[in-house]
Ligand binder design. Structure first.
Ligand code: PA5
Length: 491
């Protein structure tokens, strides 16, 4: 395997950052049994197609997809990218963050600003990822609807943010692009359920060139689905999908090794689990030293927070057909999960690094070091200290300095080393974090593939919007416990 990602965990160990903060051999020995079990469980789950789909682990097989489908998506991406001036993606959470991360990692910076960088392809914008009216109104004022293609992504097809903005955009398209405006829309959603699916199927039946859709795979949760729902976006910006999938395969092979020592994601999970449980490191900072990976840190924050931040332990129920069903165990309230924080080197060395080094010693810092950049820039030769130095070398030195400062201050940290940022290494990184998160979920004994906590604000909104079919228990709870405000406490 060429250009493999590496995980350097030297500075997570007590020999580097001291006994109170670093993981010791004794800590590792104590957790060895659970780590082996977690490793074996994920390997078993991977091989059990029924359970995999049922519990939301299907993402683990996304690295291997049917060639014909991948080719068709690549062709559709080319068709859209070469015909339209801009493509507007609508989606939120897992239906947005992976795409944005891919865009920033794999396209040149300032992609939308310069057509030479886009090699004649469409500009790409993201909306529907919040309810702020200003950005979408601004875009719709500036865009020509006849030259705009829209991709709406929602697994459930019900998410308020995406739904509301899609209706606004659809209306704008209908008024400005003529009766065939639906030919400028692709929907990526569940194959059977949800109002988006029902709507696009009905409109597509009237005109087969309108409201085309791609089906999401059952058993793949939003935040684990970049290699499913994100493929059309990757194709639109001209990335070779085969390379992306090959990278995920590289990492999947390593994560499926029976030996934990050969599984970088498993080791990452075990060390962070121990730092959390034994050393009180409740915060996990991800700090890539590459601008292109800044949005990948945002994507990772959603992955960690939604996957591991859980109230209840998981209960595994064996079904009659042998498959597993995962349920919340109401008798075991655990309230677990490290808090993720995105950062970037070197900008945040002039910001949160002060707190990392001298503030509360309650965090781990994961850095991402890139060894080769596609461009080289050197400081011109002069008398000064920096004379003739390349910016990339200075960046590496800054990352090394950050490690040194953290070690001196007894702050556990580690580095993921990427030989360079390419479609293949980037998808290795994605899969590395996904496997690590699933592994940490196993060690914590929770379900890393659901997100019940994000439902409550939605239920509140649906209740206030009078959505039909709200379960009585939820409606009663909102009625019984209204949000109370006292004037005297607002100054
Ligand atoms: O990870 C998840 O499942 C969530 O973050 C969802 O992606 C997010 O809530 C958006 O959901 P949907 O794609 O159904 O609109």
């Amino acid at each position: 395997m060429s250009a493999a990602l590496r995980f350097d965990f030297n500075n997570m160990l007590d020999s580097r950052v001291g006994r109170g903060h670093g993981v010791s051999s004794a800590d590792l020995a104590k957790v060895a049994g659970s780590a082996e079990k977690a490793q074996a469980r994920l390997r078993r789950l991977w091989a059990d197609a029924g359970t995999r789909r049922r519990v939301g682990f299907e993402w683990a097989v996304l690295a291997c997809q049917e060639e014909g489908l991948v080719r068709r998506i690549q062709e559709l991406g080319d068709e859209i990218a070469l015909k339209y001036e801009q493509v507007l993606f609508l989606g939120i959470g897992g239906s947005y963050l992976g795409l944005k991360a891919a865009q920033d990692a794999l396209c040149p910076p300032y992609y939308n600003e310069f057509s030479s960088l886009r090699r004649g392809r469409a500009k790409v914008y993201f909306e529907g990822n919040n309810l702020d009216p200003v950005p979408v109104a601004t875009l719709l004022e500036e865009f020509d609807p006849r030259k705009t293609f829209v991709v709406v992504i929602s697994k459930s097809g019900e998410t308020t943010e995406t739904k509301a903005v899609f209706e606004v955009v659809e209306d704008w398209l209908k008024k400005g692009a003529g009766i065939h405006y639906g030919r400028q829309v692709v929907a990526i959603t569940d194959p059977v359920s949800g109002s988006l699916r029902r709507r696009v199927d009905a409109l597509h039946a009237q005109d087969p060139l309108s409201f085309r859709s791609l089906a999401l795979l059952p058993g793949v949760g939003g935040r684990y689905s970049e290699l499913n729902m994100g493929l059309l976006h990757l194709a639109i910006v001209g990335i070779d999908l085969k390379e992306v999938l090959a990278g995920a395969q590289d990492m999947a092979k390593r994560c499926l090794s029976p030996s934990l020592a050969k599984n970088p994601a498993g080791l990452y999970a075990v060390l962070h689990f121990l730092a959390y449980r034994k050393k009180g490191k409740t915060i996990g900072i991800l700090m890539p030293f590459a601008e292109s990976l800044k949005s990948t840190a945002d994507w990772y924050c959603q992955l960690l927070a939604e996957s591991l931040g859980k109230k209840f332990a998981r209960k595994i129920v064996k079904r009659k057909d042998g498959e597993e069903e995962w349920q919340q165990d109401p008798g075991r309230v655990v309230h677990v999960g490290r808090t993720p924080v995105p950062a970037r080197g070197t900008s945040d060395l002039h910001s949160i690094q002060q707190n990392n080094v001298e503030g509360e010693n309650n965090k781990t810092i994961t850095m991402i070091r890139v060894e080769r950049f596609p461009r080289e820039v050197a400081v011109p030769s002069s008398e000064g200290l920096l004379s003739g130095r390349s910016l990339a070398d200075l960046l590496t030195l800054a990352q090394e300095g950050t490690e040194w400062a953290l070690v001196r201050a007894h702050r556990p940290n580690c580095a993921i080393i990427m030989p360079e940022v390419t479609p293949r290494t980037w998808s290795q990184l994605l899969f590395f974090f996904e496997w690590a998160t699933a592994f940490e979920g196993e060690l914590l004994g929770i379900n890393a593939f659901d997100q019940p906590g994000v439902e409550s604000y939605k239920n509140y909104m649906y209740y206030k919007l009078r959505k039909p079919g709200i379960p009585k228990a939820i409606a009663d709870e909102i009625k019984k416990h209204p949000l109370k405000k006292e004037r005297r406490w607002v100054v």
